[in-house]
Design a protein around this ligand. Structure first.
Ligand code: ADP
Ligand code: MG
Length: 612
C-alpha cells in the first residue's frame, strides 16, 4: 500500500521481541491476560473521559470486550470499545516510546528462576507478550475523538512495524492475532474461556466469546457482593489477580457502610511487609471506584501513611464525579472517606489482636515498624495507634505485650510506665539501669529497635500513665531503699575517699561521681544530668548524625559493691586501672564506645595481676 509507513522499534524493544519470539514459555497463555488488561484500561479511560466529555464517538456503544476465534485460520481476535488510539498514539505506544521496562525485562530474563511469561505485565511491556504466540499481529484502532481517523498497525515481531490508514467505523481497538503453528490451542473458545477464569475473572467489563451472549468473566465487583455469598477462594483469587502476590493475605477486611457515606471496601493486609518482587501494584495506594468507575488506581488519600501497606478497593456512591479531581479534594469528601476507611482497618486490627493473638503477632512483626513510624510522624494519630503497639519486657522477654496488658500487670502504687532503651533485647537485660527494677519485680518495656527512639518522641503518655526511662536519674523512689541492699555499705569516710579517687582519675570525662541508691548487682552506671537531653533523643541524634557528640554524664557508684570495697587500700596504680575499666564498662552498656586499644591493654594487665 502506498500510504503505508514503516517504523523501526526502539532498540530495547527489538531485543525484547527477539527474546519473546525465539523462546518457549510454558505460561505463555498470559498474553491474553495482558491484552485483556489493556482493553480494560482502555475502557476505563473512556468511561473516565465521558464523565466530563460527552463529545465522544459512539457515546451509546456498550463498554465491552469481544473475543473471536477461527480454528481453520488459526486466528484470535480481541476487540474493545475503549478509548482507542490515534495514528500518533499507536506509533508511540506500540513501538517508538522508550521502554525502560523492556530493559528491565531483558535484565530479568538473564538470571531468573521465575517464568518470565507470568511477570511480563509488570514491566509495562505487556502488549509485546502477544509475540510469544503470534506469527503476526494487526491492531486496528479508532480513537474516541470524533474527528480522528482509523489506523492500522502491523508487525511480525521483526525489527519494524507498518502503520497505514484503515477502515473502522466503531470506536475502540481490535487486535487480530495470527497464531503460531504451535499455538493453535488458543484458537479455541473453551481454552480461552478457561484462561479468562484463571487470570481475568474480575475484569470490570463484560467479556463475550464468539456468538455466545453469556459473559465469560464474573465481572462482579466482589466488594459489592454480600459477604456470605463470597467464598474464601474467591476472596483470595481476587487478591491474587489484583496484586499478583502468591502468598495469601494475612487479613482481609470487607466492609460496607451506609452512613455517613455509602462505602464498599475490600481491603487486604499482605502476608509480608515488602511488596513481592513481581507485584502488580507498583505504588502504595488503594483503588478508588465510584459507581463502578475506576477513578484512581493508586489513591493515597484514603489511609494515613502508617497504613500504606494495605491493599484493596474502595468504592463510594457519594464521590462527586462530574467535577475534577482537584475539586474532589477540596470538597472535604476525601477526609471523610479516609476517616471511615482508616477506622475500619484499625477496628479489624484490634479485633484480630483480641481474637487471634498469634496472627496479630505475625502482623506486628511484619508491620510494627509502620505503626512506630506513625507514632513518630503523625501526632494526631497516636491515640489510635497506641493500643496496637506491642513490646517485649524484662518480665516477658519472649512475648509481645500491649500497653494495656502492661498496665494490668502493674504493681500496686505504680504510676508510670517504665522503659529502657538499648541496642539489643539480650544485653539490655543486663543493664545496670534495670538493677533496681529487677530487684523489685517492676516490669520494664525493652525498646531496642532503632525506630523505638523515634517512636518515643510521640509516645510520652498512655492513658493516664507517663512513660519514663529507667536510665533517668530522677525516677521517683517508691519506697525507702534502706533494706534494699542487704550487703553492707562502705563506711562513709571510705566512700568519700573513693569518690575523690574516681573524680581525680576520670576528670573532665564525667560531670560528677556520686553514690547511687538504685544499684544492686552492678558496680556503676552512667546517668544524664537533669538538664541534658533525654536518652532516647540522644539516640535519635546519634542515628541521624555521625558527628553528634554525646553529652557528658554522671557516674553513679554502688556503695555496697564488693569491687569498690576491694578497691580500698590497693595501690594507686591498680586503683586507676580498675576505675578506668569500671568507666569503660559503664560506657559499653550505654552503647557508647570506649577506646578499644587502651581497653585491651588494660584488661591484659588486670588478667596478669589476677593470676599472679
Ligand atoms: P502498559 O499497559 O503497562 O502501559 P502495554 O505494553 O500493555 O503496557 O501497552 C502499551 C500501551 O499501548 C498502553 O499503555 C496503551 O496506551 C496502549 N494500548 C495497548 N492496548 C490498547 C487498547 N486495547 N486500547 C487502547 N490503547 C492500548
Ligand atoms: Mg498493559
Amino acid at each position: 500500500m502506498s500510504d503505508s509507513q514503516s517504523f523501526t522499534f526502539k532498540a530495547e524493544t527489538k531485543q525484547l521481541l527477539n527474546i519473546l519470539i525465539h523462546s518457549l514459555y510454558k505460561d505463555r497463555e498470559v498474553f491474553l491476560r495482558e491484552l485483556l488488561s489493556n482493553a480494560s484500561d482502555a475502557l476505563n479511560r473512556l468511561r473516565f473521559e465521558m464523565l466530563t466529555n460527552q463529545n465522544v464517538l459512539d457515546p451509546e456503544a456498550e463498554l465491552k470486550i469481544h473475543i473471536n476465534v477461527d480454528k481453520d485460520e488459526r486466528m484470535l481476535t480481541i476487540q474493545d470499545t475503549g478509548i482507542g488510539m490515534t495514528k500518533d498514539e499507536i506509533i508511540e505506544n506500540l513501538g517508538t516510546i522508550a521502554q525502560s521496562g523492556a530493559r528491565n525485562f531483558i535484565e530479568a530474563t538473564r538470571d531468573s528462576e521465575v517464568d518470565i511469561a507470568t511477570v511480563i505485565g509488570q514491566f509495562g511491556v505487556g502488549f509485546y507478550s502477544v509475540f510469544m504466540a503470534a506469527d503476526w499481529v494487526r491492531v486496528t484502532s479508532r480513537s474516541f475523538k470524533p474527528r480522528a481517523k482509523a489506523v492500522q498497525w502491523y508487525a511480525t515481531g521483526e525489527d519494524s512495524f507498518e502503520v497505514s490508514p484503515a477502515e473502522m467505523n466503531e470506536r475502540g481497538t481490535k487486535i487480530e492475532i495470527k497464531l503460531k503453528e504451535d499455538a493453535a490451542e488458543f484458537a479455541d473458545e473453551n481454552t480461552i474461556r478457561n484462561i479468562i477464569k484463571k487470570h481475568s475473572d474480575y475484569i470490570g467489563f463484560p467479556i463475550y466469546i464468539g456468538d455466545s451472549e453469556s459473559q465469560a468473566n464474573q465481572q462482579t465487583s466482589l466488594w459489592r457482593s454480600a459477604r456470605n455469598e463470597i467464598t474464601d477462594d474467591q476472596y483470595n483469587d481476587f487478591y491474587r489477580q489484583m496484586t499478583m502476590e502468591f502468598e495469601e493475605p494475612l487479613l482481609r477486611i470487607h466492609a460496607v457502610t451506609d452512613a455517613p457515606l455509602q462505602v464498599y471496601a475490600l481491603l487486604y493486609i499482605p502476608a509480608k511487609g515488602e511488596r513481592g518482587m513481581f507485584s502488580l501494584r507498583k505504588e502504595d495506594g488503594l483503588k478508588l471506584y465510584s459507581r463502578n468507575i475506576l477513578i484512581d488506581e493508586y489513591n493515597k488519600d484514603m489511609l494515613p501513611e502508617y497504613l500504606r501497606f494495605v491493599q484493596g478497593v474502595v468504592d463510594s456512591e457519594d464521590l462527586p464525579l462530574n467535577v475534577s479531581r482537584e475539586t474532589v479534594q477540596a470538597s472535604g469528601f476525601m477526609p471523610k472517606l479516609k476517616k471511615i476507611v482508616t477506622g475500619q482497618v484499625i477496628r479489624e486490627l484490634e479485633k484480630l489482636a483480641k481474637d487471634d493473638t498469634e496472627k496479630y503477632n505475625e502482623f506486628w512483626k511484619e508491620f510494627g515498624l509502620y505503626l512506630k513510624q506513625g507514632i513518630a510522624a503523625e501526632p494526631f494519630e497516636t491515640e489510635k495507634i497506641q493500643p496496637l503497639l506491642r513490646f517485649k519486657t524484662n518480665q516477658k522477654p519472649e512475648e509481645w505485650s500491649s500497653l494495656d496488658e502492661y498496665i494490668e500487670r502493674m504493681r500496686e502504687g505504680q504510676k508510670e510506665i517504665f522503659y529502657i532503651v538499648g541496642d539489643d533485647p539480650k544485653s539490655v537485660l543486663h543493664s545496670p539501669h534495670l538493677d533496681y527494677f529487677q530487684s523489685k519485680g517492676t516490669e520494664v518495656l525493652l525498646l531496642t529497635d532503632p525506630l523505638d527512639s523515634f517512636m518515643l518522641m510521640g509516645l510520652r503518655k498512655y492513658k493516664e500513665y507517663e512513660l519514663k526511662n529507667v536510665a533517668q536519674a530522677d525516677v521517683e523512689e517508691t519506697e525507702a531503699s534502706e533494706k534494699e541492699s542487704e550487703a553492707e555499705k562502705i563506711a562513709e569516710d571510705d566512700f568519700s575517699t573513693l569518690l575523690k579517687r574516681f573524680k581525680e582519675e576520670l576528670g573532665e570525662r564525667v560531670t560528677d561521681v556520686r553514690a547511687s541508691k538504685r544499684l544492686s548487682q552492678s558496680v556503676a552506671r552512667l546517668v544524664d544530668p537533669d538538664d541534658s537531653l533525654n536518652p532516647e533523643m540522644q539516640r535519635v541524634y546519634r542515628y541521624l548524625g555521625k558527628d553528634y557528640e554525646v553529652p557528658k554524664k554522671i557516674l553513679e557508684l554502688n556503695p555496697s559493691h564488693a569491687i569498690l570495697k576491694g578497691l580500698l587500700g590497693k595501690d594507686a596504680d591498680l586503683q586507676n586501672e580498675i576505675i578506668e575499666q569500671i568507666f569503660d564498662n559503664a560506657l559499653l552498656v550505654e552503647g557508647l564506645h570506649p577506646d578499644p586499644a587502651s581497653m585491651a591493654t588494660r584488661i591484659q594487665k588486670l588478667m596478669e595481676l589476677a593470676l599472679s
